[in-house]
Design a binder for this molecule. Structure first.
Ligand SMILES: O=C(O)CCC(=O)C(=O)O
Ligand SMILES: [Fe+2]
Length: 215
């Protein structure tokens, strides 16, 4: 496994967020969109101020690695870089621990348990992506849960459609400190993806917080 240092020359930063002061805003402004089958999406654009400074710090300090997957007779590269922080493992920046604690407190009445793990993805350019899937390797395959995602860097679309296919029902551009939370039956009854794009886009980092046993 090789650690990688991505080329940041394509990263422009946001015109609206040039500060180095990295700070979370209140969660009171999240807006919920209900989806069919008991799923929902919460969205809060610009939750984190100083998102570009955090982005650059994470790109430089997280031990990013590439993965390969077997596809029938071939071994193919996973089209993004990854890092994973297990329950109890220190996160790569203190504001991520604050974010996890704030999300845990805000959603406790509904979720009944804290967010504990953090998965990080780095999309280097428009060729990096994540294919249609639900996060259903653990308890989320049978139970309602939540996955909270903080997005940094250049926005990329998170697309959602009902599980099993059909047209895209929702497309949210996420970057520069935006928060999205997928909740209810979303991982079971809906699929999500970050599609490849031919637009000239800079890199994006996604930080996914999940409860224990949700993958
Ligand atoms: O990049 C994102 O925001 C989504 C990532 C994702 O769906 C996953 O890692 O399961
Ligand atoms: Fe996912």
């Amino acid at each position: 496994m090789t650690a990688l240092r991505p080329d940041l020359s394509a990263f422009q930063g946001s015109l609206f967020d040039q500060g180095d002061d990295i700070r979370l805003g209140p969660l009171g402004g999240v807006r919920r969109t209900g989806l069919d089958g008991g799923a929902w999406i919460d969205h809060l654009p610009g939750w984190l101020q100083g998102a570009d400074a955090l982005f650059e710090d994470l790109v430089a300090r997280v031990p990013w690695h590439a993965e390969e997957r077997r596809m029938y007779d071939n071994v193919v590269a996973v089209p993004r870089l990854l890092a994973y922080y297990r329950e109890g493992e220190p996160l790569p920046h203190p504001v991520l621990a604050e974010a996890r604690a704030a999300l845990s407190a805000h959603y406790a009445p509904e979720l009944g348990e804290p967010f504990v793990t953090a998965g990080l993805c780095l999309y280097r350019d428009g060729r990096d992506s994540v294919a249609w899937h639900g996060d259903r390797t653990g308890r989320s395959s049978t139970r309602d849960t939540m996955v909270a995602i903080l997005s940094l860097g250049d926005p990329r679309d998170l697309a959602l459609r009902p599980r099993g296919g059909g047209p895209v029902a929702l497309r949210l551009p996420l970057g520069h400190g935006d928060l999205v939370v997928m909740g209810g039956s979303c991982q079971r009854t809906w699929d999500h993806a970050v599609p490849k794009t031919s637009r000239a886009v800079g890199p994006r980092v996604s930080v996914q917080f999940r409860p224990h046993g949700v993958g």
